[in-house]
Design a protein around this ligand. Structure first.
Ligand code: ADE
Length: 221
């Protein structure tokens, strides 16, 4: 998969994809991540990428031209163009799975007070990472890249994400490792039993219990 991130703040991405699983995914050529400063596409003599809003109001608005030209120069028939904005569809694990199937993602990070409404016309999807307002789409882009990359075949073993929270609308079951007793807290006996059927049932019941307590909304789905 190829992921192009369009931003005015490329330095925000320094090092974030250079650690752990995302770093390894790039080394294994499972994903290619490019950070593109769309200011490089402006035709304004002063390198401007924003302007005052028609009708008045506070702040500056991202203009169409640099983003249109940047997207048009990199998009192909395989591209999915995603705009990050608090008024987009709220991002869920299901969407991460859907996007992990795509060949090329173009992710546009909005910034400042907003963007010209016409920018929406070149986007296939608008995504919000939650009901709060960030200063821009950069951190949201990091969230998308991380959650999608770990799902790409060969990046982590499938077992590692098949049991993730949110699959089957259930939160993850509790896990334990050595030692068996720590500060007086014991590992549940069933996990030491070696009985895989019993362990699977215990884990399912624990997932269900945790989901009922913490996220009953997931079960209503
Ligand atoms: N830009 C600003 N806030 C955002 C959010 N919640 N999700 C995605 N992009 C954003």
């Amino acid at each position: 998969m190829k992921i192009d991130i369009l931003t005015l703040f490329p330095d925000m991405f320094n090092n974030v994809f250079e650690e752990s699983i995302i770093k390894r995914a790039q080394e294994l050529k499972k994903v290619e991540i490019n950070i593109i400063n769309f200011r490089e596409y402006t035709i304004d003599p002063h390198n401007k990428v924003d302007d005052t809003p028609y009708g008045g109001g506070a702040g500056m608005v991202l203009t169409c031209q640099p983003i249109f030209d940047c997207v048009n120069s990199i998009r192909t028939n395989d591209s999915v163009v995603i705009l990050l904005t608090p008024d987009g569809e709220v991002y869920k694990q299901k969407k991460a799975y859907q996007l992990a199937e795509k060949k090329h993602l173009i992710i546009i990070c909005g910034h400042y007070e907003g963007f010209d409404e016409r920018i929406r016309s070149i986007c296939d999807l608008e995504i919000s990472i939650g009901d709060y307002v960030l200063t821009g789409g950069e951190i949201a882009a990091m969230v998308l890249v991380d959650s999608i990359t770990r799902l790409l075949p060969g990046v982590i073993t499938e077992d590692s994400h098949i049991n993730d929270s949110f699959n089957d609308n259930l939160l993850d079951y509790p896990t334990y490792t050595k030692p068996r007793i720590y500060n007086g807290m014991e590992v549940p006996e069933v996990l030491l039993s070696g009985d895989h059927k019993k362990i699977a049932e215990y884990r399912y019941q624990e997932s269900l219990k945790k989901t009922k307590e913490r996220r009953p909304d997931l079960l209503e789905k």
